[in-house]
Design a protein around this ligand. Sequence first.
Ligand SMILES: Cc1ncc(COP(=O)(O)O)c(C=O)c1O
Length: 361
Amino acid sequence: MRKIYNFSAGPSMLPEKVLLKAASEMTDYNGTGESVMEMSHRSAEYDAIIKECEALLREVMNIPENYKVLFIQGGASAQFSMVAMNLMKNKKADYIVSGQFSNKAFKEGQLFGECTAIASSKDKNFSYVPVVTKDMISKDADYLHICFNNTIYGTKYPYIPETGDVPLVADMSSCILSEPVDVSKFGIIYAGVQKNMGPAGMAVAIVREDLLEVKNDFVIPTMYKYSTYAENDSMYNTPPTYCIYIVKLVLEWIKNDMGGLAKMKEHNEKKAALLYDYLDNSKLFKAPAEKGSRSLMNVTFVTGNEDLDKKFCKEAAQAGFLNIKGHRSVGGMRASIYNAMPIEGVLKLIEFMAEFEKANG
Ligand SMILES: Cc1ncc(COP(=O)(O)O)c(C=O)c1O
């Protein structure tokens, strides 16, 4: 049993069972005598691992057949430009700016074409997710880009924007696998894996097949084309082999131990409700995210006094609640309660917050 609870926004806590399984197989995977880290990516053993990882992701997320699952290095940030390079045929795209990462994606898109921020929540320090209706989307946009869960501000889309024929592209880095999602509503879903899927080292992109063909005159480096990954089963070059192996173990845990994404959602809603209920009734702490846009994964809160926030973070760390400090750009606190965080971790955090409130309120 571990003695700390890790509330880091990413890289983040992984299920203990996954870490123990990886440790038990560290020096000898399945009787091969090799660690997965040492294995050729072209070996039969590794081929089975990557195929199983993809098959599990398809099963757990219920991914339709006309979507490719791609394992790509460069993190979610590389997806900001890959999306633009691969999808811009009219060289026009719409973006919803709901936080720092969606703004980074918007800026990156501008390197390749005319990008329009059709809605933004900057007016209220990104404390909510803007509502976008179909009539707001440019008719000739090559895609609409959204960030489904805003890790820094603790907000999440309570709805999937209706985009008609315009492909919807979603950065799901901090909410993928936290609940079921209708993949067929999206053109592309991508996510850096270092929060809910595994260790840092790659992104997963789920790409509708008709979007694989590039219809512009950009010179796109081979490693930046989705088709390179699709045509080579993510093995055009050496993939992040160990990372993929851990993602496979995490998916096994979601399927077999947690009971799939519907159950995962129940588990996550329970944890988030406990923490938000406490915050809504606290006289010391406040949750800045608007109620209709609250994230299940990243719960942000403040005392309104910077010195007290610092004191809280320091004492929390001493008590074993790690990485509770808010993002460096916004301050305050953030408890990231991804899939692997047990209910017990949230209950203990609330207990600690209540004690802090009694002593400092
Ligand atoms: C929503 C979101 N998008 C993008 C990123 C950037 O991911 P990466 O560091 O993998 O490039 C992050 C990182 O925290 C994130 O939370």
